[in-house]
Write a protein that binds this ligand. Structure first.
Ligand code: SF4
Length: 291
């Protein structure tokens, strides 16, 4: 394969301690934040890199493969590809190359789930852990808040394909770290805008309540203001506040009623406590600065 210029644009490559404990462990994930995103969520906490496409270009597949190997050498438990859906072709080439050159830690595909099914199928055998969001259960809200078309059917089809490839998650007995499997993230939005309970019902019925899920309480209205997206508040005024504990507990209770036992939970105060990452900063995440 010939090497090419402008191979892929990357916003940040860094050890990171903000993912679920079965991924983060004690040494963190090796996060590779892709520049850009195939969605345009009005509340995106990473808007500097997803909307504005901050980042630097890597010119060859070998450069990106080398970065993966460096993260492994640093001791990171996994490679975490964040917002990968618009760069599958480049990632596929570099993952294959990195594995040929000695990458042995699991590779995580951390996606909003608006993925092309053929692209996902092309990753079979290269991705060890899928970490998809189910962001919405209503296409109109998905279009208004994320400029996504047919999000509900497309994201659900993607998640089914991911599960077909890697199955359920079984963390190691020794260190409780994940090696292979699926974790589905559900971000609780104010006023039930994300339709969490419908997403949970879909997972329970189509994949099974043994699925590992992550109920995210970290919605933060701050990016709406920082990225000049306030106009959306006229249509969705509830987005101007964090979620309440009652909103979160209702979703958690429903998950338990549906039989889910493997649930990652978050404190509702986390978003307010930590705020949004700042990718102008050398270390964008406050909790990573504390490590
Ligand atoms: S999918 Fe994620 S990274 Fe992309 S715009 Fe939405 S919140 Fe941001």
């Amino acid at each position: 394969m010939s090497e090419r210029g402008n191979f892929v644009k990357i916003a940040r490559i860094t050890p990171h301690f903000g993912e679920e404990p079965v991924l983060t462990g004690t040494k963190g994930v090796g996060a590779i934040f892709l520049s850009g995103c195939n969605l345009r969520c009005v509340f995106c906490q990473n808007w500097q890199i997803s909307h504005r496409r901050m980042g630097e270009t890597l010119n060859t597949p070998a450069q990106l493969a080398g970065e993966m190997l460096k993260l492994q050498e640093l001791g990171c438990h996994i490679i975490d590809l964040v917002s990968p859906s618009h760069q599958v072709k480049s990632l596929r080439i570099s993952i294959r190359l990195a594995k040929e050159q000695g990458l042995t830690i699991p590779v995580v595909y951390n996606t909003n789930s608006l993925d092309n099914l053929d692209a996902l199928r092309s990753l079979e055998g290269l991705i060890d852990i899928y970490l998809p969001d189910l962001k919405y259960s209503n296409d109109r809200i998905a279009k208004d808040l994320s400029k996504a078309h047919s999000y509900v059917s497309k994201s659900r089809a993607s998640v089914l394909e991911m599960h077909r490839q890697v199955g359920h998650l079984f963390p190691n007995d020794e260190d409780a770290l994940a090696q292979r499997g699926l974790i589905i993230r559900i971000l609780v939005l104010p006023h039930n805008l994300s339709g969490c309970i419908e997403s949970l019902q879909f997972i329970a019925q189509e994949i099974g309540p043994e699925t590992w899920i992550s109920l995210m309480a970290q919605y933060n209205p701050r990016p709406l203001f920082d990225s000049s997206n306030e106009a959306i508040l006229k249509t969705y005024p509830a987005l101007g506040r964090p979620i309440t504990e009652t909103e979160y507990e209702n979703v958690l209770e429903e998950a338990q009623n549906l039989g889910f036992e493997n649930i990652f939970i978050q404190e509702c105060t986390a978003a307010v406590e930590y705020g949004s990452p700042d990718f102008e900063h050398e270390q964008p995440f406050v909790w990573d600065q504390k490590v």
